[in-house]
Design a protein around this ligand. Structure first.
Ligand code: MRU
Length: 356
């Protein structure tokens, strides 16, 4: 399985996903600004992966700080938090990482600053390791929805490349494969950055999962022909009422699924769930450079010079289109998602199926 990010010998090493699948190049980031640049330029992308990158960037930033007290150290780390939070607004995982590290520092007030710097590196590596475990759990809960002979549609890339490993939307596929089920995956190409064509198709082929690539506007026709049994996508931010922000075009897929009575599943680690926002209209939606739409690979112009462009990177799928949200704690109806905000809640009565 491809590794998208790691901490190696005091540096962050990230696979430059903007070059895939044509070139496989790893970039070394020795400071947090380089990681922030990588997040902005999509060398690394996908909500959990940028949460991990932000965690490692914090550990890098911490290393540079000169402070005597933990309180002074914490204050001097704030600009790095701000830089990271400003890179990409929609995925909640960067804020999740910043919150986690703020709390971590708060819990280590009695430590020396030098010891705390070491502990922050360990914590960043823990974020990566935990992410893989979380995805595996999502896979175990989600594989129940994939039956032998099914064809699964996915949109964008919510695979290994978008996470520490294993993927979120791809995790149920990986577990279903381990369980011996035979199924096919259809990957939407995902205009304009082509994460489906460049990344999902590539990584599923690398891992021996049968995949067919389609243009985004083919999905409806295949549903009409009865060639798609279910859809599984990832999320950048799912909120309290079960509304789901994900890659632009996800909403169209969800509406098409509803029209054709096809179940639409969202794989969502708790790190991508924002319990502070009541509904999807409050989710900040990133708008990106028009060049992503007017050019292919940044070089080949495909639209007239000067044309007006809207390039929304994400959309919001209302909860009513979502069959279930698959988390590491089980699969839930969107209306039951709020139960997860209480870590002590007994979730047994809310889970769909058991999947284990
Ligand atoms: O712009 P991107 O490539 O970062 O968008 C990624 C997505 O929309 C993914 O579906 C989402 O982050 C979930 S990744 C497990």
């Amino acid at each position: 399985m491809v590794k998208t990010i790691d901490w190696v010998d005091g540096s962050v090493i990230m696979l430059d996903q903007s070059k895939l699948p044509l070139e496989v190049i790893y970039i070394e980031c020795r400071d947090h600004l380089k990681v922030a640049e990588g997040i902005k330029k999509l060398w690394i992308r996908g909500a959990p992966a940028i949460g991990i990158a932000a965690s490692m960037a914090i550990a890098l930033a911490a290393r540079e700080i000169k402070a005597v007290t933990v309180e002074d150290f914490r204050l001097k780390l704030e600009p790095a938090f701000t830089t990271l939070l400003e890179t990409r607004p929609t995925a909640v995982n960067i804020r999740w990482a910043v919150d986690r590290f703020r709390a971590f520092i708060g819990n280590h007030r009695d430590s020396s600053v030098e010891r705390l710097k070491e502990l922050l590196i360990e914590e960043a590596r823990r974020v990566l390791a935990e992410d893989i475990e979380v995805n595996r759990a999502i896979g175990l809960w989600g594989a129940q929805f994939i039956k032998d002979g099914d064809t699964v549609l996915t949109h964008c890339n919510a695979g290994s490349l978008a996470t520490g490993g294993y993927g979120t939307a791809t995790a149920p596929m990986r577990v279903a494969k381990e369980q011996g089920k035979k199924f096919n995956v259809i990957a939407d190409e995902t205009r304009p950055v082509l994460q489906g064509a460049r990344l999902t198709a590539w990584e599923l082929m690398e891992d021996g999962i049968p995949v067919t690539l389609i243009t985004d506007n083919t999905a409806g026709a295949l549903m009409q022909k009865g060639e798609i049994d279910l859809a599984i996508v990832g999320t950048d931010r799912t909120v309290l009422n079960g509304d789901v922000a994900n890659k632009i075009g996800t909403y169209s897929v969800a509406v098409l699924c509803k029209e054709h009575s096809i179940p639409f599943y969202v794989a969502a680690p708790l790190s991508s769930i924002d319990f502070t926002i009541p509904s999807g209209e409050f989710i900040p939606i990133e708008e990106r450079d028009p060049e992503e739409v007017t050019h292919v690979f940044g070089t080949c112009r495909i639209a007239p010079e000067g044309v007006r462009v809207r390039n929304l990177a994400f959309d919001v799928t209302p909860a009513r289109y979502v069959t279930a949200i698959i988390t590491e704690k089980g699969a839930f109806r969107p209306s039951d998602l709020k139960e997860l905000s209480d870590p002590d809640r007994d979730l047994r009565g809310f889970r769909i199926g058991n999947g284990r």
